[in-house]
Write a protein that binds this ligand. Sequence first.
Ligand code: G6P
Length: 607
Amino acid sequence: MCGIVGYLGDREVVPLLIDSLRRLEYRGYDSAGVVVRSNGELKTIKAEGKLDRLAAKLEGCGLVGSYGLGHTRWATHGVPGERNAHPLSDGRGRLALIHNGIIENFLELKTRLRADGWEFASDTDTEVIANLVSSYLDGNLFEAVRKAVADLEGMYAFAVISGESDEAEIVAVRNGPPLVLGLGEGENFLASDPSALLAHTRDVVFLENGDIARLSPKKVAVWSQGETRVERPVVRLNWDPIQAEKGGFKHFMLKEIHDQPQAIQDTFAGRVDFESGSVGFDTLELSSTEIQAVRRIHLLACGTSWHAALVGKFLIEELAGIPVEVDYGSEYRYRRPLVAEGDLAVGISQSGETADTVSAMETARDRGARLLSICNVVGSQTTRMSDGVIYTHAGPEIGVASTKAFTSQLIALYLLALYLRQQVGREMKAELLDDLARLPAAVGEVLTRLDHYDELARRYAEAQDFLYLGRGINYPIALEGALKLKEISYIHAEGYPAGEMKHGPIALIDRHLPVVAIATGRRVFEKMRGNMQEVRARDGIVIALTDRDPEELTSVADEVLQVPRVSELLQPVVNVVPLQLFAYFTAVRRGTDVDQPRNLAKSVTVE
Ligand code: G6P
């Protein structure tokens, strides 16, 4: 996820672009850059790292121009660094382009363009768009973009300016990631989200998927699918700037919960070939021989990422038949783990900076394991120390309580399990991938029922304790549901494998204790129903989560929450979303600091 901005008008362009980018830095901060058109030429300045580095570089370099673009990057293709920073030019220096998203067929296009003599100076998919547009450019930038878009596959938003245009113009495209136009008097703007525009205008136009817009200082015009001229409504925003950064949501956590269908899709996009039924990674860097030699896998993580690891054990053992051990980073580093030749240690971390996970990975490496990192932050420590990396493409996660990073980790682990399955020669069944394709919509469906979870929170927000039960692959989801609730609402909550309830927690059950029971799928449904009966028999309150007809559970549950059904191995991704929402609405009702709960930190870089 990156932030993009553009401006045409009479003001000083560079300070305006930098100011707008500051509002978007939450979208990524690996590198930043601006391009302006100055005396008929395109001038680009870029810097690695946060925006301040770019601002410092721009000071005193006297860059002035009549219009321009700015970008703050969250790396997906290619390491963070100036070479891969945006804006990127085409190989012939005719245009400059900024981009947010992923071009899935970028390799195919790159090969085609190379064969036609186009050169590439970066590792990005963005440069492919720049060369592609340039290859079609013949005096009309809009036409060139329209033709290029027909060749592109993926989810993307981009904006481009040309050194050859006669008048000031920006052409922008939206196909997935958000893009909004800001309207002014003799000036116009564009940005990834309205937070970047609010200081300058409140009249905005939200582009729809498939829209191509042409902006000049006096006019904006939009074509749907590049074909039909359309008038998108002008919306007057009353948001304050912070609200805008949250995309209009009250908290980052709620926004990030809503980002999940996109984050899930971004994590599997480009890695799955649905036609041939195969999975591949561009940054795994482990040869097939090395993968085939893997005898055992150690999954190392902390907090929510550790819960993802527990689900990962189910996935890898079932799909690939390779034994998996799961450890807390903080435990692994202080025991003497047995690591054998051919073992693979996988560090799972949103931030890639958690000290305990990093140390556990070092321990595994020192004992002879190969290292793999599943991580959300490009270039972070776990990725630098690893032999291979699988990035989750969740975009920056600001809320301390992890949500979209977790579901993206589950997708990355599912892909890893399928990849290993492929490598060990097990059959790749088509439905294993088809189920993945259905997930974003299933998660989206849960998000249409916010009022259910808010109402549930209203009823139970005063409870002192909660018990969360699950079995099999949903046992880690019970742990995650309990963790979410305690992290942000400060209510004591315990997650337990349902079969273990009789060995202790059953003593806690009385009429004051709500028990959240995850009863989806076929394998352990009847067992879960039995556990719910045991709770009811002791006057406990049962809140059931099911993918079945709610009628099947009304005799054993006080509340039944229905979720869409997907395959058993992917059901945890759907099941965790209602639990995130329940925790969120409970915390809001209790008036806690949802995004920055007391005593916690987003990234724990100390022991
Ligand atoms: C902190 C955060 C948790 C997170 C854990 C691991 O405790 O508050 O939300 O799950 O660190 O973080 P990581 O970045 O390694 O996934």
